[in-house]
Ligand binder design. Structure first.
Ligand code: ATP
Ligand code: MG
Length: 223
């Protein structure tokens, strides 16, 4: 059977409780991203974008609904199973902390590859070069600028050649030139068949997407 969606969320709910207060972070979100499709996820701060990406990546478990990754159930599976499938199939670029601080940049990429059982020195060199980071291969994250850290996080997310790329505000703190470079890398990935979902406040990135989805108060309001 052909897989029409690389990743799919079906009626996702996620609630957070703190004391007596309850946050309804996701309220019935349905979403599909096809191979080779780039979707921009827009919405105000607090609308649920990161919560959705975390559930899609299997980093967090939804309270209702489910996530399918490449046609197989990802949610409500043991943590070790989710972690393995995430390592092999998903590149996740979070809002922060994408790099291990004690490792140099090239070693961060190597580790991400090793988690999938792959080791591809040519791909590593190519990623660093594509993202303008070749001169910083041995630098630790603390020795990089903010824009370099952002690009390095993307390099790590793509190290394992994932089928799905989930990026949470990849260009939040970078200049226009870096944003253009990051977009170029997304575009190459899209043309190679990667399914890409980007949570962003950037209209520039949103304009380049195949589809724009907007969230408000935990719901998708407009496609
Ligand atoms: N671990 C948590 N515990 C309690 N509440 C949480 C938790 N994570 C998120 N929330 C709440 O869920 C709602 C959605 O948060 P989320 O981080 O998904 O928003 P966002 O759209 O990514 O915002 P931003 O654009 O600022 O990154 C917010 O009200 C937030 O305070
Ligand atoms: Mg967020």
């Amino acid at each position: 059977m052909a897989i029409s969606a690389a990743i799919e969320a079906v009626d996702l709910y996620r609630f957070f409780h703190a004391g007596e207060s309850e946050t309804l972070a996701l309220r019935g979100v349905c979403l599909r991203v096809a191979p080779g499709e780039m979707v921009a996820l827009l919405g105000k701060s607090g609308s649920g974008k990161s919560t959705l990406l975390n559930c899609l990546a299997g980093l967090d478990e939804p309270d209702g609904g489910h996530v399918d990754l490449l046609g197989e159930r990802l949610s409500r599976q043991p943590e070790t199973y989710r972690a393995r499938r995430r390592a092999v199939c998903i590149g996740m670029l979070m809002q922060a902390n994408n790099l291990l601080p004690t490792l140099g940049l090239a070693d961060n990429l190597t580790l991400a590859m090793q988690l999938t059982g792959k080791s591809d020195q040519m791909h590593l060199t190519h990623m660093l070069q594509q993202l303008g980071l070749s001169a910083h291969a041995s630098a630790r994250p603390a020795q990089l600028s903010g824009g370099e850290v952002a690009r390095a996080g993307l390099a790590v997310a793509l190290a394992s050649k994932p089928a799905v790329l989930l990026a949470d505000e990849p260009t939040a703190e970078v200049d226009a030139a870096t944003e253009a470079l990051v977009f170029k890398v997304f575009d190459v990935q899209r043309s190679e068949g990667t399914a890409i979902l980007i949570a962003t406040h950037s209209e520039v990135l949103a304009r380049q997407a195949d589809r724009v989805i907007r969230m408000r108060d935990g719901r998708i309001v407009h496609e």
